[in-house]
Design a protein around this ligand. Sequence first.
Ligand code: SF4
Length: 359
Amino acid sequence: METFIKRKKTRPVFLGNVQIGGNAPVAVQSMTCTDTRDIRSTVRQIKQLEDAGCEIVRVAVPDDEAAAALSDIKKQITIPLIADIHFNYRLAIEAIRSGVDGIRINPGNISKEKMLKIAESAKSRGTVIRIGINAGSLEKDLLKKYGGPTAAAMVESALRSLAFLKKAGCGAIKLSVKSSDVTTMVEAYRELSSKSDYPLHLGVTEAGSIVNAAIKSSIGMGILLNEGIGDTIRVSVTGDPVSEIRVAYGILRAMDIRKVGPDIISCPTCGRCEIDLFKLTREVEAKLTGMKEHLKIALMGCVVNGPGEAAEADIGIAGGRGYGLLFKKGKIIRKIKEQEFMATLLDEIYSMIAERKET
Ligand code: SF4
């Protein structure tokens, strides 16, 4: 199935070798939850994120010590690094000097005078700036004008800062207008997209733990992506950031925007199921975390509906009593014992990937 979504064309910016906007694929990013001053833990978490498929990573820079850690962190990772700055313009300049690929600033807590200094520094190094508007920290005059953190207030804040940075000579800019309220976020991004062609970083902020975050992000980003809006996404989860990557790719795969990683189709089971499908699904998911190749893998509880319902899957197992049928594209290949499900499935998956690479 081909996607029928027509992406809105935006100006490309480059974070290291990752293009955002233009015709580039929607990039997946995340943010560490470690103390940035603890270089070892931060690098370890970034490596875990990289392994899971994260393409851009952001770290918080709350003080001088965190800013000083950036160059060491940058040297030890391969994906672009973004410094997240609030309040203190000196930290932004320090981060830019340390060689980060991008910075995220919040105009709600940095004055225009200081923003100008950041702009000059970013311009001289070619550092990308994200104007990261957050409903929770809008400029006071806009809150007064709009009576609260409305979508229109966020859009005006973003456009105002964009005009300011452009006047200061910066061109490598991304925008975001995040809210924890899904409808406000959707309205804000729609409006912003209609008024600007700068690339958009999508996100529902403070989305909660995994289930809530997945629901809110899927709805908010899903609506926007379906309208062709959005160049990079960050799912925000209270918990292990690796789960953010899994949800983000899940959204992009479900919408047929990016064919990356395993798409596991599994039935909910019912009274006909005679294998431990929950365990099998958990194990397959765990084993294939971070796999880049796109493959549809069906794990079905029974042979009654299994192969037929998952006919579009590249490979699958439909359970019987202590055994299962291995099938490919709806065609049964052979019968296997339940104890051999995992090993057989993995063997088949890896050889299918190897075959693809050869052709
Ligand atoms: S595939 Fe079989 S076990 Fe799974 S829900 Fe359908 S009928 Fe039930």
